[in-house]
Design a protein around this ligand. Sequence first.
Ligand SMILES: C[S@@+](CC[C@H](N)C(=O)[O-])C[C@H]1O[C@@H](n2cnc3c(N)ncnc32)[C@H](O)[C@@H]1O
Length: 447
Amino acid sequence: FLGPLICKDALARGRERGLCDPALLTRMFEEPEWAEAAPVAAGLGLVTPRPRLAATSQVKGSKRRQLLATLRALEAASLSQQPPILPGSDSEEEEVERKKKRPQKTLFANASTEVGEKKKKKCQKQGPPRSDSEKEEVERKKKCHRGALDSDSAEQKRKRKCQKHAPSNPAQHLDSVEPTGPKTQKSGATDDPPMPSLGSTSPKPPHTLNRKQWRNRQKNKRRHKNKFRPPQMPDQSPAEVPTEETEMPPTPKPDSHEARAGALRARMAQRLDGARFRYLNEQLYSGPSSTAQRLFQEDPEAFLLYHRGFQNQMKKWPLQPVDRIARDLRQRPASLVVADFGCGDCRLASSIRNPVHCFDLASLDPRVTVCDMAQVPLEDESVDVAVFCLSLMGTNIRDFLEEANRVLKPGGLLKVAEVSSRFEDVRTFLQAVTKLGFKVIFKVLPL
Ligand SMILES: C[S@@+](CC[C@H](N)C(=O)[O-])C[C@H]1O[C@@H](n2cnc3c(N)ncnc32)[C@H](O)[C@@H]1O
């Protein structure tokens, strides 16, 4: 920053023109990283997610194809075996019939075909020798079923989970558990004969294979959903897998996805604000102050946006020029009247005890007098200190300096703070200011 303190020379108030050429001034805020920020953000936001989505859908597609192939193989195996059903065989159909007698367990068992399979296998291992009596068979199966349930705590947990979710879609469970009505070995053998499980050798009538197919299909659907279907990216309609929707617990993935999306949106919004700030900044520097005044009058939002961007930039600076000016002024009498040209949010007025006239193109604070600082509503020779802190914008800065010269008392102080890149040649600028009637007391470069 350049911080010249320029003392007004009362004898040199001739206001010689043409010596403070705006062409000598370059623009603020042209640091390369500012210009590069927006493209970097666009790359992050638009390019990155695409390959990730494509890869996910490919994996899902291949897994689904694998599952379908497995399903077809299972169905083909069942059809080709067509084992004869034996009285008292421990088939899945019988398992279903037992489940029907105990509604809660039935709900569980049918909510998870995988669990049903495990139970059936345990029954086959643990169950007593088969009896010719249907009653004994039923009793044996009940015992077996209970034993399986008691011995597998993980299974019970799953059961409870399924029972918990069951009411959310009772129709599905009803359809799954009791497609043919009440369950007994007899009824299963007549109306809807039991089907052999995958590992079972129990003979089954051919016409019951459809049921087996149906069960396998349900099981594979559940497996597919539980293992491969991320909840945040459903690829099946609810009608296809109604129970799975209730079985799937919310995972942190959707939340983190939402959080990432939110953060990305915030970043993009911030980048967009930055781009709009740079655009407005360019407008302020590249035209006369009257154009800037019109811009903010027609679009007050633009002024807010400009200052939001300015504040964001200021946060990155190690030193706020306005704070440096305030510090200097605090070492002077508080009775000095100050005029802050381009005051922004009145930070200077808030930092010192002096009376401060605040001027800006729009108002961020009640203390601001909205005007073009090329013409401020002050009497000639009415202020002790005129301040331009990062506000020498526009192509008519000579007008601003002449206005400051007008309102300053003889011997008053003109304080200017600018980024050094604003000036193509600082010495030339100071010479021009001198010819306007000021005497350079000191300058700090950089600040
Ligand atoms: C970069 S900001 C600096 C604000 C404040 N001086 C600071 O240092 O925090 C520049 C300010 O000058 C104001 N400004 C620029 N040209 C102006 C003009 N012709 N008349 C009044 N204010 C102007 C802008 O609106 C803006 O608020």
